[in-house]
Design a protein around this ligand. Structure first.
Ligand code: RFL
Ligand code: PHB
Length: 394
């Protein structure tokens, strides 16, 4: 098989890239290790920045998002038992975020790809990338007992943190920056009305909690838990009890509980790979970087990487210019480091770090107190949370 761009991974990055290239008349084949149902079963992001909404619109997959997604103009910070609203819209000249689950974004992209009859190979085993240091890269995989080869001009590594593309790069050609946090997030999804119409980010001496949502009837909650905890240790009842202890009395009283639809623990990590281009292979999304989820930036960064990559490839094929391809890594990394910084800072501010002692706790409370009483402080949070514009600082 021959194509122009071979995309490894059919998560949001790979599917979105496929869609943007298709709109520009560029051929792509996607190779995915898992089945479509498996990909849709992963419960992850919930908050989309304006920039992401714009890219999804450009890809022609924004209709259901606009109809069913919930626009939010603010969120609450909870500390010392009291909630304080960050009025994002007021502080950023009217900007809002969209609450619309990653599962739904992925489903919309899958449907669009299928409707256009574009090739995706699911359940491909032993996917491997070859010869991306030459002008003739290849992707190989096994399916139904046979080995297949895709010859291409470029490989897009959209295969997430545990993918093969980054792992294939010789150690000397890549630098990895990493910070692993000493806790994880236990998430629970339930068909119960959200406790509040906006999100609540809660700092407490028992640990961080987040009250999020997927719709007016579906809630998503998270608890900071030790890395040693196993999900089996947490009954639904234990989860709800602990969440109530970390929320303010009013929210705890209004919390509607119910059976979990999904429950899982995710570790928290800050991770960046430099560079993001290796000859004719590019990394995009979680394949190249990870943020702790506190700032809600992972999926949004993936969408902007993909937007930059699609533009670079369009420039290559339509304008016969390599300028965009050459600039890809540096352009992405500028934006990535800003989001990494915000996600690290917001994680450090909101979580409980027993190793920092009582004085660490006091510093966090004083910083939160400062931020919510200073318009500049609150604006700094708001501006980063709604997301920096695509051309910020370029
Ligand atoms: P994905 O989604 O991991 O998709 C990669 C795909 O590649 C496939 N793959 C392979 N395919 C072929 N061959 C191989 N060898 C392969 N190895 C892997 C995988 O099966 C998979 O289908 O990466 P992608 O597309 O870059 O998307 C990134 C996002 O998924 C991620 O950044 C976000 O989910 C992060 N995130 C959040 N981001 C936000 O913007 N807002 C949020 O509110 C938000 N909340 C979150 C999050 C992530 C979380 N977890 C679980 C890490 C909340 C959580 C709890
Ligand atoms: C979610 O709804 O899954 C979510 C929302 C905001 C975050 C992280 C996760 O910061």
């Amino acid at each position: 098989m021959r194509t122009q761009v071979a995309i490894v991974g059919a998560g949001p990055s790979g599917l979105l890239l496929g869609q943007l290239l298709h709109k520009a008349g560029i051929d792509a084949v996607i190779v995915e290790r898992q089945s479509p149902d498996y990909v849709l079963g992963r419960i992850r992001a919930g908050v989309l920045e304006q920039v992401t909404m714009d890219v999804l619109d450009e890809a022609g997959v924004g209709t259901r998002m606009h109809a069913e997604g919930l626009l939010h103009g603010g969120f609450d910070l909870l500390f010392k038992g009291q909630r304080h609203r960050i009025d994002m819209a007021k502080l950023t000249g009217g900007k809002q975020v969209m609450v619309y689950g990653q599962t739904e974004v992925t489903r919309d992209l899958m449907d669009a790809r299928q409707a256009a009859g574009l090739p995706t190979v699911y359940e491909a085993a032993h996917v491997a990338v070859h010869d991306y240091g030459t002008d003739h890269p290849r992707v190989t995989y096994e399916k139904d007992g046979q080995t297949h080869t895709i010859e291409c001009d470029f490989i897009a590594g959209c295969d997430g943190f545990h993918g093969v593309c980054r792992a294939s790069v010789p150690k000397g050609a890549i630098k990895e920056f990493e910070k692993v946090y000493p806790f994880g997030w236990l998430g629970l999804l339930a068909d119960t009305p959200p406790v509040h119409h906006e999100l609540i980010y809660a700092h407490s001496t028992r640990g961080f909690a987040l009250a999020s949502q997927r719709s007016l009837t579906r809630s998503r909650y998270y608890l900071q838990v030790p890395l040693t905890d196993q999900v089996e240790q947490w009954s639904d009842q234990a989860f709800w009890d602990e969440l109530k202890r970390r929320l303010d009395p009013q929210a705890a009283e209004h919390l509607v509980t119910g059976p979990s639809l999904e429950k899982s623990i995710a570790p928290l990590r800050s991770f960046v790979t430099e560079p993001l281009r290796f000859g004719r292979m590019f990394l995009a999304g979680d394949a190249g970087h990870i943020v702790p989820p506190t700032g809600a930036k992972g999926l949004n960064l993936a969408a902007t990487d993909v937007k930059y990559l699609a533009n670079a490839l369009i420039e290559f094929y339509l304008d016969k210019s390599e300028a965009g391809v050459d600039a890809y890594s540096e352009k992405c990394l500028k934006r990535i480091w800003r989001a990494e910084r915000f996600s690290w800072w917001f994680t450090s501010l909101m979580h409980h770090f027993p190793e920092n002692g009582e004085i660490g706790q006091k510093f966090q409370e004083a910083e939160l107190d400062y931020l919510i009483h200073s318009e500049n402080g609150a604006r700094t949070i708001a501006e980063n949370y709604v997301g920096l514009p695509l051309d910020f600082g370029q």
